[in-house]
Design a binder for this molecule. Structure first.
Ligand code: CTP
Length: 406
């Protein structure tokens, strides 16, 4: 059973009517086992009393950078926590966090925090949709922080729309899931392929595709966060993972990707094949730049090796393979055929028909198909969250097999 036992959580509360929900959130986190340190901005104290929070958490609640030892302690607190949740986050403190300002206790501790940071905005719907607010939200996300998106419903102003702080029960569930996943792939070795491949036509031209590598890199980062050691065989992509447990092997062509994948696969527990591999390559790339002398030229293309199929043939009984399929017609049937033909254990189906899913988008909508005809459907999510859904499949397999061998 998952729990927050031994977890230290900072709960930052800022000035919003939703601050009343933070008392419930503190109580639920504590009930789940966490030690909770509340910090409140002065504006937050207009909405809920620090005494309520200090009674619930049995810890004093700093409310300003100049209170008691707060200024001295703010660095220590930032290092103490396993997770910092700012809920509710007002538009005002959101802007401060985005800019790195430190004139309230939540913002000051935030700047010292080494742990993951989550933020749950709460504001009126017009404020929420303002481009300045949206830009600040994106900025915090770009620092690697997790947005707990506001929900839709009636707002304090009487208007109905997006802006309500997520419910305390849902935030607690996310925290439980986060810590349960934290080390569940520990000791596992995962091979990933990601990005496009470039097949040279001559020294300056190539055949490529629109893959950004985003999805595969998100999986690599998420797997490393969950304790796995990752070999990422990455085609030409502008993006790079940052986690030290991700070993990147850069390649250009499908043939190079094939060779690297074959080299690392025998020593891994699973392969996730997210690369958009070119199926064909020019049979004889020109050694010099092709000159524009002829009216028409013909490129002869030959087949590239199928990495997924080759790994599928080599797969040992303890190894798992998860592939990807991007289909434009008969999606599920085509994906299922691919999975069976290449001896995969699951295949992730991306659909081009869904808005917000696909190559260059930060979001994706997937279904995961299994050989026993089961299919799991997921909603549109950020690719970082989709990555965890895919890794949950591996975690469940390994969890089941370690339980059954007990
Ligand atoms: N794949 C691979 N090596 C290739 C082609 C594909 O490893 N040469 C992997 C992809 O990374 C993906 C899966 O196989 O995980 C399916 O890729 P896709 O391009 O959809 O399949 P193809 O076999 O190329 O089929 P299609 O005829 O639809 O292009």
């Amino acid at each position: 059973m998952s729990t927050l036992q031994d977890k230290r959580i900072i709960l930052g509360i800022t000035g919003s009517i939703a601050a009343y929900k933070s008392a419930t959130l503190a109580r639920l986190l504590i009930k789940a086992g966490a030690e909770v340190q509340v910090l409140m901005t002065e504006a937050a104290t207009e909405f809920i009393s620090p005494l309520t929070l200090s009674t619930l958490t049995r810890r004093s609640v700093p409310t300003s950078v100049s209170s008691e030892d707060a200024w001295n302690n703010h660095v220590e607190l930032g290092l103490w926590a396993d997770l910092m949740i700012v809920a509710p986050l007002s538009a005002n403190t959101l802007a401060k966090l985005a800019l790195g300002m430190a004139d309230n206790i939540v913002a000051a501790v935030y700047l010292s925090a080494r742990c993951p940071v989550w933020f749950a905005p709460a504001m009126d719907l017009d404020m929420w949709h303002h481009p300045a607010v949206q830009a600040n939200v994106q900025r915090l996300q770009s620092y690697g922080h997790r947005l707990i998106a506001p929900g839709y419903g009636e707002l304090a102003s009487g208007l109905v729309g997006e802006g309500r702080m997520e419910e305390p029960e849902a935030i607690t569930a996310l925290a439980l899931q986060f810590f349960a996943r934290a080390h569940d792939l520990s000791g596992k070795r995962i091979l990933l392929t990601a990005g496009p491949t470039y097949e040279p036509i001559d020294p300056v031209r190539f055949i490529g595709n629109h893959s950004s590598g985003q999805m595969g890199i998100a999986i690599a980062e998420a797997a490393a966060q969950r304790g796995a050691k990752v070999h990422l065989v990455l085609g030409p992509s502008k993006l790079k993972p940052t986690h030290p447990a991700v070993h990147v092997h850069p390649v250009q062509t499908a043939q190079q990707m094939y060779e690297a994948a074959m080299q690392y696969f025998p020593d891994t527990d699973a392969a996730i094949l997210a690369a958009a591999v070119a199926d064909y390559r020019p049979s004889e790339p020109a050694p010099e730049k092709i000159k524009k002398t002829d009216e028409a030229i013909t490129l002869r293309l030959i087949k590239n090796p199928d990495i997924a199929a080759a790994l599928g043939q080599q797969k040992q009984s303890h190894q798992r393979i998860i592939g990807f399929a991007l289909e434009t017609e008969n999606e599920e049937a085509n994906a299922r055929n691919k999975m069976l033909r290449k001896n995969m254990d699951a295949i992730v189906l991306n659909s081009l028909r869904h808005q917000g899913a696909g190559f260059d988008s930060p979001t994706n909508r997937i279904a995961i198909l299994f050989p026993n005809n089961n299919t799991r459907y997921f909603e549109l999510k950020r690719k970082t969250d989709v990555a965890h859904d895919i890794l949950d499949v591996l975690a469940q397999w390994w969890n089941q097999s370690s339980n059954s061998s007990l």
